[in-house]
Write a protein that binds this ligand. Structure first.
Ligand SMILES: Nc1nc2c(c(=O)[nH]1)N[C@H]1C(S)=C(S)[C@@H](COP(=O)(O)O)O[C@H]1N2
Ligand SMILES: [Mo]
Length: 420
């Protein structure tokens, strides 16, 4: 340990006066007898749960607050709505399916593998219908990718709105998918794969959520996925088969995938015209924004994760991602973007996947304006909110990848704010 990270007794006493005893600092000065150390506890006096009690394990009840949450006023009905991943409370990069955000246009459907069919038609030599078992017979691949709804952070355009990173940035999840490259199925059907062609993909739910994907992307890294994080997809994520469209907006990741039509032009469906389209400050609209630009956010401290200790060692932790490829660097500012320190990446970032970053710092106990700023392999630097607004105005909804600011008080309380 670096000397700067050794908590001094004075620092601890000062800190504990302000808030409850800190763990790191507390450990260094523990002197009074602690009944948790000196007395026999219940859990050591009786036997625990048998192996037959939880055939499929759920999180322990003490973690029951780490759940998806929705914001009731955002949508008229929970059937066509969104909930948010508790990213403030997760670590590493993989999102457990059970708390990965859901976005449905007509609710999550229950579709048995036996009833599942996937049709490929249109500009193909052989229109085909695959069963679920057919799909499992093609060579498969495993990749970790993030899926971010284009509306993530969309409520923040006009000003700081929602007081929690779960709500400002929680329309994202990151899983290891197992699937068959879409390219393989297109080849099987003898599809016309010339570069000016498109695939139109739709789901088996009432909304069908149809989207057009240019052939170049379809042949590149799109997966027809049937597992996530090693197990079957959950119903809410498209069981038994969904499309994975790495780096591109979540809306294109069609769930309960039922049909792939090879077409010679974009269909211009509802989801790719009136929705998921960006309107500029001057009233014109940008036709299609598919790639999710580089973005990052500090997950702790954050409004739902106050600092619970006094001055001294503090782990600042967050997530960064880019639809263009790898995250190469993340900087953290404690003074609202005036000065920056380069964060440590948890590990070398995967392409189009969440990257964890840390700033292991020594907090002096003064208020902070915390920000993170991501850079990706293309050299792109995450913009400030004002830079984005110059182009997009304040009435935009989608594709908000601005730098987020948390004000952290001397008491360690964090709040969603804006600096300009
Ligand atoms: N069939 C179908 N696919 C769909 C949707 C839908 O409503 N129906 N919603 C889309 C949207 S807008 C997003 S952001 C992602 C969300 O995926 P998730 O629910 O697994 O988080 O699924 C996409 N795929
Ligand atoms: Mo979405």
């Amino acid at each position: 340990m670096d000397d700067a990270f050794k908590p001094s007794r004075r620092a601890f006493l000062k800190g504990s006066a302000a808030v409850a005893a800190g763990s790191v600092a507390g450990a260094a000065v523990a002197e009074t007898p602690d009944p948790l150390i000196t007395e026999l506890q219940d859990w050591a006096s009786y036997t625990g749960a048998g192996v037959d009690e939880t055939p499929y394990g759920m999180p322990i009840s003490y973690e029951s607050h780490v759940v998806r949450r929705n914001v009731e006023w955002l949508t008229a009905s929970p059937i066509s709505s969104i909930n948010f991943t508790p990213i403030h409370a997760l670590e590493g990069t993989i999102t457990p399916q059970g708390c990965a955000f859901e976005r449905h246009h007509s609710g999550a459907i229950e579709l048995r593998k036996e009833d599942y069919r996937l049709m490929i038609n249109g500009l193909v030599d052989r229109p085909l219908v695959f069963t679920y078992d057919d799909i499992e017979r093609f060579p498969r691949e495993n990749h970790v990718y993030f899926c971010e709804c284009a509306a993530n952070t969309g409520m923040e355009w006009a000003g700081a709105q929602l007081n929690g990173v779960q709500f400002t940035h929680g329309m994202i999840h990151n899983m290891e998918y197992t699937g068959v490259p879409l390219r393989t199925l297109l080849q099987e059907a003898g599809a016309d794969i010339s570069p000016d062609k498109w695939v139109y993909v739709e789901g088996a739910d009432a909304s069908s959520n149809g989207r057009s994907i240019p052939m170049e992307k379809a042949l590149n890294d799109v997966l027809v996925a049937f597992k996530a994080n090693g197990e079957a997809l959950r119903m809410e994520h498209g069981y038994p088969v969904r499309l994975v469209v790495p780096g591109w907006e979540g809306n294109m990741w069609v769930k309960w995938l039922r049909r792939i039509e090879v077409v010679d032009r974009a269909v211009e469906s509802r989801e790719e015209t009136s929705k998921y389209t960006d309107v500029y400050a001057d009233g014109t609209a940008q036709k299609w924004t598919w790639v999710m630009d580089a973005k990052s956010v500090i997950t702790s401290p954050s409004p739902q994760m106050p600092i619970k200790h006094g001055p001294g060692p503090l782990v600042i932790s967050g997530l960064a991602w880019s639809g263009h490829g790898q995250i190469t660097r993340v900087d953290v500012s404690k003074d609202g973007g005036i000065t920056w320190e380069t964060a440590r990446l948890g590990k070398q970032g995967d392409t189009k996947a969440l990257t964890r970053f840390y700033l292991d710092t020594n907090w002096d106990g003064a208020p902070m304006l915390l920000q993170a700023r991501a850079m990706d392999e293309t050299g792109y630097v995450q913009p400030t909110k004002d830079q984005l607004r110059e182009k997009r105005g304040e009435n935009s909804v989608y594709h908000n990848n601005c730098i987020q600011t948390w004000y952290v008080s001397a008491e360690g309380i964090a709040e969603n704010v804006e600096v300009s």
